[in-house]
Design a protein around this ligand. Structure first.
Ligand code: ZN
Ligand code: ZN
Length: 342
């Protein structure tokens, strides 16, 4: 089968690999019908995140049809369309029971093999899914592959940001970073009844997209001093850089909440304990428990709730994967998100 594999930074390839097989009793094999490139796939691609083994099949956003099932998978059936979160989970450990399946003690990220351990990813014709009965979710007929891909990652993460912030009716909120996760955070904020959603980004094209989803666009360099963006109830930070944390701090009211779903790599928080104290702020962060959100988001997409499929600017064959990575990395040709079709 063909798959997109990692070799070294800026070098991903189309490789011919052996088909995956069932290994454990709760494994399933999914024939991938669509897969997407995510912003976090760019971390190893750009060499910002190290350790990924040469030859690893990339990708953690995929949807498809169940082609083989282990003997202990009662809830699933062959031929079923399924969506997947970006990591597996057992459904039964303390983290899973607390609603944090992305921190499952038995969980693994798709598309991350290091030191001979880990899971190959979904940018492939087929993928092995461990713990499949508690990881995969059946896709309603009314949800297309685009919807299934978004529900498993970026729509879940945007929804999680709004949940972390505790957004409620009448709240004023800013979303910093208007890539696919930020756009989904805007949609989630509006759904939770925010009275005003301000979209902040450096990129005019991203601000235009945010405006189409009902946010008020504000260029990043103007945001800090714009009187209309002060005293906010919450800021959803979808960037993962110190400057975004600093800006969020500046925009929040006393007692506000800074919800961070951007992945940070700096050594220390960009705001001090004293600053948190002086503004009575809550700082909440973390990896999205996507599996918990999946059923509800699929149902809402099935009900025709949003037009998030517009986030996919490009649909290409799987074999175009290496070129798609280059285009996405350079944000060429208005590329916001790429779907690859095996
Ligand atoms: Zn992703
Ligand atoms: Zn678990």
């Amino acid at each position: 089968m063909r798959a997109i594999t990692f070799h070294e930074p800026f070098d991903v390839r189309v490789s011919e690999l052996r088909e995956p097989v069932l290994v454990a009793p709760r494994d399933a094999i999914v024939r991938v019908t669509a897969t997407a490139i995510c912003g976090s796939d760019l971390h190893p691609y750009r060499g910002h995140e190290r350790g990924l083994e040469r030859g690893t099949v990339l990708g953690h956003e995929f949807t498809g049809v169940i082609e083989a099932l282990g003997p202990e998978l009662g809830g699933l059936r062959l031929g079923q369309r399924v969506a997947s979160p970006f990591s597996t989970n057992c459904g039964d450990c303390p983290a899973c029971r607390r609603g944090l399946p992305a921190r499952c003690v038995h969980g693994e990220l798709f598309g991350w093999v290091q030191d001979g351990r880990g899971l190959h990813g979904g940018q492939s014709e087929r993928v092995r899914v461990p713990l499949a009965d508690t990881t995969l979710v059946a896709v309603p007929d009314a949800v297309d592959d685009a919807g299934a891909l978004l529900a498993g990652d970026v729509f879940a993460t945007g929804s999680f940001a709004a949940e972390l912030a505790g957004l409620g009716t009448g709240d004023r909120v800013a979303v910093i970073g208007c890539g696919p996760v930020g756009i989904c955070a805007i949609a989630a904020s509006r759904r939770r009844g925010a009275s005003e959603v301000i979209a902040i980004d450096r990129d005019p094209a991203r601000l235009d997209l945010a405006a189409r989803f009902g946010a008020r666009p504000l260029p990043a360099d103007a945001a800090a001093d714009d009187p209309s963006a002060q005293q906010l109830d919450a800021v959803l930070e979808c960037v993962g850089q110190p400057a975004a944390t600093r800006l969020a701090y500046r925009l929040l009211r006393h007692g506000g909440t800074l919800a961070a779903v951007g992945v940070h790599t700096e050594a220390a928080l960009a705001i001090t304990p004293g600053e948190l104290y002086d503004k009575n702020l809550s700082y909440r962060a973390g990896r999205c428990p996507a599996r918990r959100f999946l059923p509800e988001l699929l149902a809402r997409i099935a009900a025709g709730e949003n037009g998030l499929a517009a986030l996919f600017s490009h649909r290409l064959p799987l074999a175009a994967g290496p070129e798609a990575y280059r285009m996405f990395d350079e944000r060429r040709d208005g590329c916001t998100k790429v779907m690859l079709v095996p």
